[in-house]
Design a protein around this ligand. Structure first.
Ligand SMILES: Cc1ncc(C[n+]2csc(CCOP(=O)(O)OP(=O)(O)O)c2C)c(N)n1
Length: 249
């Protein structure tokens, strides 16, 4: 039987699920319990793998950056103001308990990251919330003047670059296209890799009047840099930590 229910899904779905279980026969309930247990076991196994990667302090991987940031901010009233790292590492490792803790997007034109962080930080201004923002390097190079706006408006945002020194998403596309069109794959980085010279994002931040840390290439240097930047942000102004990460997820 189909039944139309007009309601807010978030208010109705959980009680509805309970009701369905109550109305189900013993076999259905048993099957549901088995599925729940299997999903819980899978969740635990996958979380374990994520945490293993996050604990790997031998290289600047995205899981490590997310974890180091989390350990520092978890006791504050934090907000991830657009966007998560590639691979959604904050969502994999952080404990999100409120919908308001994330104002990010999954898909968007590049150059929009800091603009969206600015609007969230404006909304959070004066509330004591801690704005945290992961910033891909290519995205930042499209709209660096957003750094000036942050400084000008005294918006306390902790910016951590996801600096893989590449427009990496396009590098993957270039590779696929090269294979399909039988062109040399080694050319995939032409116009895409942000190297020779590398951009000094900490210096870029400083040039706009923002506290800059980095470039951080040694995992051991990340936490102290994050701590210094956090102190600046807690004093009410923005700070940027340039984390040079490995490409990929
Ligand atoms: C305005 C605009 N131009 C080009 C693209 C195509 N595009 C999608 S992702 C990407 C590269 C993004 O590089 P970066 O911001 O450094 O992130 P990464 O892929 O390295 O994680 C490009 C060029 C786009 N989405 N929007």
């Amino acid at each position: 039987m189909d039944m139309v229910v007009s309601a807010y899904a978030r208010h109705v779905l959980l009680p509805l699920a309970d009701l369905v279980v109550l109305m189900s026969g013993a076999t259905t309930r048993e099957k549901a319990a088995q599925r729940t247990a299997a999903a819980a076991a899978k969740h635990e196994r996958i979380t374990g793998l994520f945490q293993e990667q996050a604990a790997d302090a031998t290289r600047m991987n995205l899981a490590y950056v997310a974890q180091q940031t989390w350990e520092l901010i978890q006791d504050y009233d934090w907000r991830l103001v657009d966007r998560d790292l590639r691979g959604n590492w904050a969502h994999r490792l952080w404990d999100f308990t409120k919908t308001t803790q994330y104002t990010g997007t999954t898909k968007a034109g590049i150059g929009g990251g800091l603009g969206r962080a600015i609007s969230a930080a404006l909304a959070n201004k004066g509330t004591g919330r801690l704005n945290v923002h992961f910033q891909p390097d290519g995205d930042l190079l499209f709209t660096p003047s957003a750094l000036w706006t942050l400084a000008n408006q005294e918006l306390p945002v902790l910016i951590i670059t996801n600096n893989n020194r590449s427009y990496a998403n396009d590098e993957r596309h270039q590779e696929e296209v090269a294979v399909t069109r039988e062109r040399p794959v080694e050319n995939k980085g032409v116009g895409i890799r942000i190297e020779g010279p590398e951009v000094d994002f900490a210096a870029l931040a400083r040039s706009y009047g923002i506290h800059g840390e980095g470039p951080i290439t040694d995992p051991a240097d990340l936490r102290p840099a994050l701590e210094r930047a956090l102190a600046v942000v807690l004093s009410g102004t923005p700070a940027l930590v340039d984390a040079v990460v490995l490409a990929g997820r």
